[in-house]
Write a protein that binds this ligand. Structure first.
Ligand SMILES: [Zn+2]
Length: 199
């Protein structure tokens, strides 16, 4: 499609910027979008527009939400004594899909990574400490990824929270060290949650 200019070339270029999409795949996707019905192609454009314009972070837990407060934080049937701390909204999604945990979450929006210049101030740690201070949590479950940085982040936070009368636990190592929560399967996550240990 290298001799194409204008709209088609622009679409190929944009699609090619997506992770895991090479030039060939971008061209295939572009041709696909030209072949399907107009409404089907525009539904994709509309979904992208909506996700960027309507989705934001929950003011309480920093999960993705279309309202100021996310559906999980608004759900009065959740156990408000347990708080599970994760790195990213997609980790929350993985844990939620396992169906084992019924408490609340806190999304850090990253992990402490000194080599990348990411310090604690760039995460939502201050808001987390505030929640623990003002909430009625009895257990904080550290569910950062089992990587060097995830472990470091977890340790950093548990030190900060040590002044509060809460039990701090860590997911059991059902998940192989170095693997990422996002890719762990449902059973592994359920095992890691039920076998969590005191930190
Ligand atoms: Zn929330």
């Amino acid at each position: 499609m290298s001799d194409q200019t204008g709209a088609v070339a622009e679409l190929v270029e944009q699609l090619g910027r997506l992770p895991g999409i090479g030039r060939k795949s971008a061209e295939r996707l572009a041709f696909h979008l030209l072949r399907v019905s107009e409404s089907e192609a525009l539904a994709l454009a509309e979904a992208i527009r909506r996700v960027r314009q309507d989705v934001r972070y929950c003011e309480t837990c920093f999960n993705l939400s279309e309202a100021d407060t996310c559906a999980l934080c608004s759900d009065t049937s959740r156990d408000t004594t347990k708080l599970c701390v994760v790195e990213q909204p997609r980790d929350l999604m993985s844990l939620e899909q396992s169906g084992v945990f019924k408490g609340l979450y806190h999304v850090l929006l990253g992990r402490v990574a000194p080599l990348e210049g990411i310090g604690p101030d760039q995460l939502t740690i201050e808001a987390l400490v505030d929640r623990v201070r003002t909430g009625n949590f009895t257990e904080i479950i550290m569910a950062t990824n089992p990587t060097v940085e995830g472990d470091g982040t977890s340790l950093y936070i548990s030190n900060l929270l040590s002044e509060f009368p809460v039990e701090i636990t860590r997911l059991a190592r059902g998940i192989t060290a170095g693997s990422v929560l996002e890719y762990a399967n449902r059973e592994m996550i359920a095992d890691a949650l039920t076998g969590r240990q005191k930190l």
